[in-house]
Write a protein that binds this ligand. Sequence first.
Ligand code: FDA
Length: 404
Amino acid sequence: MLEFDVVIVGAGAAGLFCAGVAGQLGQKVLLIDHAEKVAEKIRISGGGRANFTNRDLDPRAPHKHFIGDNPNFCRSALSRYVPADFTALLTRHGVSFHEKHKGQLFCDRSAEDLIQVLLRECEAGGVTRWQPCTVHAVSHGAGGYTVDTGNGSVCARALVVATGGLSIPKIGATDWGLRLAQQFDLPIVPTRPALVPLTFDEAAWAPFADLAGLALPVRIETGEKKSKGAFDEDLLFTHRGLSGPAVLQISSYWRDPQPLRLDLLPTVDVLAALTERKHTSRRLLANELATWLPSRLADAWARLDPLLQRPINEVPDKALARLAQSLRQWQLTPTGTEGYRKAEVMAGGVDTKALSSQTLESRQPGLYFIGEVTDVTGWLGGYNFQWAWASAFACARALASAPP
Ligand code: FDA
């Protein structure tokens, strides 16, 4: 039987990076993936340019950008491999990048450049890669792990699970990592789609369905106290509901049947502005509203509220106050999400209570979990890739320093 120091299952962001680092630290590494192509999620990420990290990440305060049952779990790994470490790696390989919005870093040319960096790092570490290759079964005995694969059985002292989350099953996502955790009696935090568009009851959404494609900046909130999420981002109307960065972000915090609270005019004192117009204008209230709101949205609002079809100077102050309040606190309750087919990530996963925050080893000796398969979910904006790099790095270092 072929022998390795470590077998890594999943050649995505975390698996490739872990394999390269561990190989270069002297480990004999086998990397296995069942998909035809390596790192498909990196390839499609960030509109093809991979938003691979975020400069605003604060490793000392991971709860600001990560969710999970214990958001502080990721502090150790995130502080030992920071965004600047990854950008230094790209620079060493001659890959240029740029900052977009709120600290988000993207490849200048293509996500493919990033994949090539990871493959070259694996090559430098002498990593053996089997792909496509199915893993049939895993067992553990005195000598370590035996992994039965489509290419035959191999054994290794350590096994790293880097099979990612459940989103986008058509490019290779599976629940293999979660099932393996269960095989070794490790707890799982219930999983759900995150960074995902939200949907509404068809009849309730009908007045807004025509607005598909319309975008505007909003403030969006859900939940209370510790479980509260709040974002100032762009909202996008879709045929079935809402999307755009504001909604993708809030979806990670949203729990059925909680309502969302939207401020459609976060930068305007709308009551003061309407009161001022009342004294100077005789135009319809809907037309006045279109000064600040996209006119299609003002029209949709007017179809729901006859008040908006009256000249603004005839509208009572109390009614203006009510309207201002409803625009600043539009409360609506999604009925669901677009699911893993459209989600960028999975929330939940292998419970971090069963993992070491220093090494990512589970309480099952020699079995490690890295990347998205763990109950660590980052915000939109490069945080999920940074978790993949940082958890992979911590794991690789631990593999190299483990006694033979
Ligand atoms: P990843 O999914 O990268 O890799 C898992 C690997 O395991 C895959 O290669 C898969 O084939 C393999 N695998 C699964 N089951 C297996 C089995 N049974 N046997 C063998 N192999 C198996 N994040 C970010 O920070 N910035 C961004 O711009 C984006 N953009 C983005 C866009 C879209 C459309 C999606 C779907 C996701 C993103 N993300 C993102 C999220 C990011 O892609 C994700 O968090 C990381 O890829 C997670 O890295 P992992 O290595 O954990 O899993």
